[in-house]
Design a protein. Structure first.
Length: 279
């Protein structure tokens, strides 16, 4: 897959930057989404230097905010005439409970509402583009997670690790639900492995320690961590594969609860209600 238009969120460092670099090296036009314009400029400079591809654009957005995602969506639609791939990579976790200005717990807002809002906003554009795909970066951290739909915003207590794991379970359920209800766009999720990245930013010291320990234990580099993101975004091998979960570019099973269709609907309806309320 080359000469495509591909959006990569969380593209200024870590797995997102590695994926954006490789995708650009294949000749695609890449839109990088991030919070920091300075890091965005450095990322574009790095990618151009390494690949010779100057078909790069940077979009600034705080992806924990539905209103900013709505603004971002309009900017993408105004900038491009087509969109072939949306790689939802941006994510994180807050050590302490943080409620955004829109009233959402930040880990849920960044990891799940982000994916849901941006994807559904751009579905008309994706559906109209040839060979379009949505790729959602999830995690095997979802295994063992169980969603309490009465504690989405930490009303009954907050655990940063539990909030992160639940958000990754939601990512997978959202992937399966979206793949089931439409057939114009290929939708898959993936586990990147434990990779030492900047997850959590300045707020995520505890989760950084867990990920750093895991990355040492399982020896996944950033380059390896990006492999499935690149594969699912560009490989012809997945042209007819949708609604699946991948690790190391191979299909794997997600947790048993992730296949609960009733909860798929609950996750979808929850996100849709927040999106409508905040838009």
């Amino acid at each position: 897959m080359d000469n495509k238009t591909i959006i990569v969120t969380g593209a200024t460092d870590g797995i997102g930057l590695e994926a954006a670099t490789k995708i650009a090296s294949l000749g695609n036009r890449v839109g990088l989404v991030g919070r920091n314009p300075e890091k965005g400029a450095k990322a574009i400079e790095r990618i151009t230097s390494l690949t010779g591809n100057d078909k790069l654009d940077f979009f600034q957005a705080d992806l924990s905010s539905v209103s900013e995602i709505n603004k971002l969506s309009e900017e993408i639609k105004n900038k491009y005439s087509k969109l072939n791939v949306l790689l939802n990579n941006a994510g994180g976790a807050s050590k302490n409970k943080i409620i955004t200005s829109e009233g959402l717990e930040k880990t849920f807002a960044t990891n799940q509402m982000n994916y849901f809002t941006l994807t559904t906003n751009l579905m008309d554009m994706l559906s109209a583009s040839e060979g379009s795909r949505v790729v959602n970066v999830a995690s095997n951290a979802h295994i063992g997670a169980d969603i309490d739909f009465h504690n989405i915003n930490g009303e009954k207590g907050y655990s940063f690790w539990k909030a992160y794991c639940i958000s990754k379970l939601m990512n997978i359920m959202f992937t399966y639900r979206l793949a089931e209800i439409q057939n114009k766009v290929i939708v898959n999720a993936l586990h990147p492995g434990f990779v030492d990245t900047n997850i959590g930013g300045n707020e995520g010291s505890a989760i950084k320690k867990i990920v750093k320990f895991g990355s040492k234990l399982f020896a996944r580099t950033v380059e390896n961590g990006a492999d499935s993101s690149i594969y699912l975004s560009t490989s012809d091998e997945v042209n007819n594969i949708s609604g699946k979960y991948f690790f190391k570019c191979r299909q794997i099973k997600s947790s048993k609860v992730s296949y609960d269709k009733k909860q798929w609907d609950q996750v979808w309806n929850l996100c849709q209600s927040y999106k409508e309320k905040l838009s």
